[in-house]
Design a protein around this ligand. Structure first.
Ligand SMILES: [Zn+2]
Length: 359
């Protein structure tokens, strides 16, 4: 199952996957497929758990450094593979850096999304890829049969095609690609533990940066952005996976999934043992704090609020592995003051945003 005290860094959270199974209970073959997907999720997560705890030297000794880019040149380096509907990774190489677009739309989607993400981190923060040392961005599409998820597995990205009924292809949303690659960035910086508040912060940072990466590609200021995650992958015009602007409203009365259960403030904080203490639910709280801070500052989200959040996530003294919401709040207020010394309105907006969500 996609739950029970194990780290889960898939884009589709366990509360949605559980709903899928219960809504299909009278369809034995569908339940069989859903359960097979969940078992697959668990195998990928095990890999991620192992990879995320390895030091670079250990990776090298274990022969895992084939993915490492050794060139000193600062430039994006992407490789896209297809698993051809099998459960293999990375699979067969179909497009690498500098090569022209291919016929397969999913390959081009993740090639472009990986590029937008690299450019976001490099142009704005001088960060050279996920590890800030030029890590090659490796992505595998068409993973498994009608697989309903996308993952950062600790060293590469994996995308399913979706079942075609509830979920479309997981390569369609730039914010999902940005979300998963940001789990990689977090892994190489504060490496927040994937449970309770630190886990919810980990999920939130992936959403916050995923959303900003989409906003930058679309050239949207805070008032123009939709602040949604996964609006294309969850099929149906009215549905998305999460909303930073209004957590709890990303989908309403969905025939299989019901209504988005995310809280926007600490009043709705929920300690869900099936989701590592509610990491995908409670992420709505810091997500909403970021939205409020960015909205009240105005302009492009990445110019001020994004800078503050990035500085906080890279400070592993202020933001330790087991950081709470309050620790992250304090770190962002500290950096808002440091980075914008002459404009105290930034610090005030950040502080007010956390207060508004009850942290
Ligand atoms: Zn995630």
């Amino acid at each position: 199952m996609c739950q029970q005290h194990r780290p889960i860094q898939c884009i589709v959270p366990p509360y949605i996957l559980s709903k899928l199974i219960t809504s299909n209970e009278d369809n034995a073959s569908q339940v069989k497929k859903d359960v097979a997907n969940l078992i697959l999720d668990e195998q990928i997560r095990s890999r991620r758990r192992v990879f995320s705890h390895l030091k670079d030297e250990t990776r090298q000794a274990a022969g895992l450094t084939t993915l490492k880019k050794t060139s000193k040149k600062i430039a994006v380096n992407r490789e896209v593979y297809t698993a051809n509907s099998k459960e293999v990774e990375p699979g067969t190489l179909v497009r690498k850096e500098g090569q022209a677009a291919v016929k397969d739309k999913d390959v081009n989607n993740v090639y472009d999304g990986g590029g937008f993400t690299w450019d976001f981190y490099y142009s704005l923060f001088g960060r050279n890829s996920i590890d800030n040392k030029g890590l090659k961005i490796v992505q595998t599409v068409h993973y498994g049969k009608k697989y309903d998820n996308a993952f950062w597995d600790g060293q590469q990205m994996i995308f399913g095609d979706g079942d075609g009924k509830i979920f479309g292809s997981f390569t369609e949303d730039i914010d999902i690609i940005g979300h998963e690659l940001t789990h990689g960035v977090v892994q190489y910086e504060c490496n927040l533990a994937y449970k309770d508040q630190s886990g919810a912060l980990n999920e939130s940072l992936a959403d916050v940066f995923g959303s900003m990466i989409k906003q930058r590609v679309l050239n949207q200021e805070v008032t123009k952005a939709d602040w949604l995650i996964g609006e294309k992958v969850l099929l149906g015009a009215k549905y998305a996976l999460r909303s930073l602007k209004a957590p709890g409203t990303a989908y309403k009365n969905h025939p299989q999934l019901g209504t988005d259960p995310q809280p926007a403030t600490m009043a709705g904080y929920t300690d869900d043992p099936t989701d590592n203490g509610g990491v995908h639910l409670n992420s709505g709280i810091p997500n909403h704090a970021f939205y409020l801070a960015a909205f009240n500052i105005g302009g492009y989200a990445w110019e001020k609020a994004g800078k503050v959040w990035y500085a906080a996530l890279c400070d592993n003294k202020l933001v330790k592995k087991s950081a709470t919401f309050a620790d992250f709040k304090n770190a962002t207020i500290t950096y808002a003051g440091k980075l914008f010394k002459t404009d105290k309105s930034v610090e005030k907006a950040v502080s007010d945003a956390w207060t508004a969500v009850g942290v």
